[in-house]
Design a protein around this ligand. Structure first.
Ligand code: M6R
Length: 366
């Protein structure tokens, strides 16, 4: 059942080239520049005309919601708010006519997310579900939605569901953008082609597994980790930190790199590993300065960089290369080394990666 892998988590990490392809099958036709999302037909106009999109989720699903916020605002020009379901449901939120709620959940059973949906529904919002488990409570409570089609995720740490969510959310964003004409035809086509090439690019990242295992062995005894990214890679920093915390029990924090100066920089000394997600994108120069700031304080830098980068390898202690890719899709790729890093560190610390202490696969009580 683990397909020859020692743990479900590793199997699910390695499945991602296939599970992402599965999430696109029958939906994405790059050759003919066509996107079909059968599950969001009736509400497609409502979504394109939404005054505001409210994304509701917990944990890793909340992180994919943050990436979707950047995507919707960039390509659809619709304002987005990303909410922790547990906070949203208890604070008498403002929900107006014309607001569309997107609920993201792997299991489709998360109690807070479900309750937040019911609240939004009672105030007249349209609910779209981005869910993995077919027929789950959240999929039934939604008006329409798109399943991930990534297959069952058994490991408690969410891996292939995260990239499945990113894939599906990106397709939703691009179809809305095309409808609204807030994206040029050529950019639309280019991004569809890029999306189609993601599975192969992930395969390349997976080839770095041995190197990542080696780097893991150097840092397995660290007491803390900091993860920093900017732009589309900021939610990836949060996700990397969550993965490490939940399966290796090492304290980790994810931050937008520029926020470092507002507090976390005080933590940096020679004992502090800092993981930078520093791929080539519009904030590259800024993140290079952030790396310099950490090195000036003797922090240990592990950097995820775009292949061929010659600058960061001169500054960082360790680099992990990932293939080039449009920055809007980079989280699909840049998260993979972080999943592997947390997996190897947890194994080296003797942790039960598939069933970490105190955690359940779906949180059905609040
Ligand atoms: O099933 P859901 O996507 O609604 O679950 C949300 C979180 O409980 C989940 O992502 C959790 O944070 C994972 N253990 C993260 O790996």
């Amino acid at each position: 059942e683990k397909g020859g892998y020692e743990h479900f988590m590793l199997k699910e990490i390695f499945e991602q080239p296939n599970s992402i392809a599965d999430s696109m099958r029958g939906r994405l036709d790059a050759k003919n520049a066509r996107l079909t999302l059968g599950g969001i037909r009736e509400q497609a106009d409502a979504l394109a005309e939404a005054n505001r999109i409210i994304i509701i989720a917990c944990g890793t699903s909340w992180h994919s919601g943050l990436v979707a916020e950047y995507l919707f605002e960039e390509f659809c020009r619709i304002p987005v708010e990303v909410e922790y379901a547990s906070e949203f449901r208890y604070r008498n939120p403002v929900i107006n006519e014309g607001d569309v709620v997107i609920a993201i959940s792997q299991s489709g059973e998360t109690a807070d997310t479900l309750a937040a949906i019911e609240l939004a529904k009672s105030k007249g919002a349209i609910i779209l579900g981005v869910v993995n488990v077919v027929g789950s409570s959240i999929s039934r409570a939604s008006h329409e939605g798109a399943y991930l089609h990534t297959g069952p995720e058994i490991g408690v740490a969410s891996t292939k569901a995260f990239t499945g969510q990113l894939s599906v959310l990106t397709m939703i964003v691009l179809s809305v953008a095309q409808r609204k004409k807030t994206i040029t035809e050529s950019k639309f086509k280019e991004l569809l082609q890029e999306l189609e090439s993601i599975p192969d690019k992930i395969k390349k990242v997976l080839d770095s597994n041995d190197k990542i295992e080696y780097i893991s062995s150097l840092f397995k005894d660290a007491a803390n980790f900091l993860y920093l990214g900017r732009g589309y890679n900021f939610p990836v920093a949060l996700e990397g930190a969550l993965k490490l915390k939940e399966i290796s029990y090492i304290h980790a924090e994810g931050y937008p790199a520029a926020e470092m100066k507002h507090g976390p920089i005080a933590l940096i000394d020679e004992e502090m590993p800092v993981v930078f997600i520093a791929t080539r994108d519009s904030s590259y120069d800024k993140i290079v300065s952030n790396i310099q700031e950490v090195k000036a304080r003797k922090g240990m830098v592990i950097a995820i960089v775009t292949e061929g980068d010659v600058l960061i390898p001169k500054m960082a202690d360790h680099v992990i290369e990932v293939p080039r890719c449009d920055e809007a899709l980079m989280p699909l790729i840049s998260v993979i080394p972080l999943q592997l890093l947390s997996y190897h560190i947890a194994i080296m610390r003797g942790c039960n990666v598939d069933q970490p202490r105190n955690l359940a696969k779906s949180v059905t009580v609040e």
